[in-house]
Write a protein that binds this ligand. Structure first.
Ligand code: GDP
Ligand code: MG
Ligand code: K
Length: 278
């Protein structure tokens, strides 16, 4: 018997609990995440040849270090414990939901997307080219209707296959010619810094430029902190002076730009009578 561990991540109300219940049935255990008062739900999905341990993560829109929910979700994903992350995406609210997807992928997580609320998307006449979306993102995309237990076995099959392969090609957002050289410099300076050694270097560089408290704190604990923070401030000041935006705003704009492009390439929406009247 083999076991794999899957984290379930998604925006609040994307259908995470419904999917968790589909996957685990009555085999659930409720506890707490260490050090915080956030509920941790775990369960098991048992196939003939394999046990899938499913860990429900707090519902979040983002993976910054600003809230406990986000910190719990991101620390778990970065811990190396999950073999993959099933990202529950509300297909009827793609733009907002894909912001979390992009962040999971930038962290180097091994992601499988459950395009949930597929019934709602169909009702809204939103047509999604699943193959094109999977191709652009480089991860499996499986349509689901969690509330009716539709697509669950296809999702499990995709998850098992992805867990066997590990993460695919590295996913990066192009932050533009004003920012990329600085990100690369910072990334190079961070190699060998012990307190962030286990984390993806480009992601650390981006988070440091965004002023992420968790990553900042880790870097501050290293002997190289002085020179790295100096470089970080120089790069941030350069980005701000040439783009007029602080790194956090520029990066968010770029992520939404990527998502907009992805949606243009893969989604068509028929206007409904309702839309035409409004
Ligand atoms: P969570 O906040 O992500 O855990 O989401 P829940 O599983 O609690 O679902 C939020 C609401 O959406 C509930 O009322 C569910 O019954 C409903 N829901 C979940 N999945 C689907 C789906 O695929 N289609 C539809 N129409 N409703 C869904
Ligand atoms: Mg829930
Ligand atoms: K706790």
């Amino acid at each position: 018997l083999k076991e794999i561990t899957v984290g379930l991540a998604g925006n609040p109300n994307s259908g995470k609990t419904s999917m968790f219940n589909n996957l685990t049935g009555a085999r659930q255990h409720v506890g707490n995440w260490p050090g915080v008062t956030i509920e941790k739900k775990e369960g098991r999905h048992i196939r003939d040849d394999l046990v899938i341990r499913v860990v429900d993560l707090p519902g979040t829109y983002s993976l910054g270090a600003f809230s406990e929910d986000e910190a719990v979700a991101r620390n778990y994903i970065l811990s190396g414990e999950p073999d993959l992350v099933i990202n529950i995406v509300d297909a009827s609210n793609l733009e907002r939901n894909l912001y979390l997807t992009v962040q999971l992928m930038e962290m180097g997580a091994n992601v499988v997307i459950a395009l949930n609320m597929f019934d709602e998307a169909e009702k809204k006449q939103i047509r999604i080219d699943l193959e094109a979306m999977a191709g652009i993102l480089g991860v499996p995309v499986v349509p689901t209707v969690a509330v009716r237990n539709k697509g669950t076995s296809e999702l499990v099959a995709a998850a098992v296959s992805a867990a066997g392969k590990g993460p695919g090609r590295a996913f990066t957002i192009d932050y533009g010619k004003e920012a990329e050289p600085g990100i690369a410099k910072l990334e190079a300076a961070l190699t060998g810094v012990e307190t962030v050694r286990h984390l993806p270097a480009r992601w650390v560089a981006v988070k440091l430029l965004e002023g992420d408290e968790g990553i900042y704190g880790r870097v501050m604990q290293s002997p190289e902190a002085g020179e790295i923070i100096k470089l970080r401030d120089e790069v941030a000041a350069h980005i701000e002076s040439v783009t007029g935006l602080d790194p956090e705003s520029l990066f968010a704009d770029r992520r939404y730009g990527f998502i907009g492009g992805l949606i243009r390439e893969t989604v068509t929406r028929k206007s409904t009578a309702e839309d035409r009247l409004s």
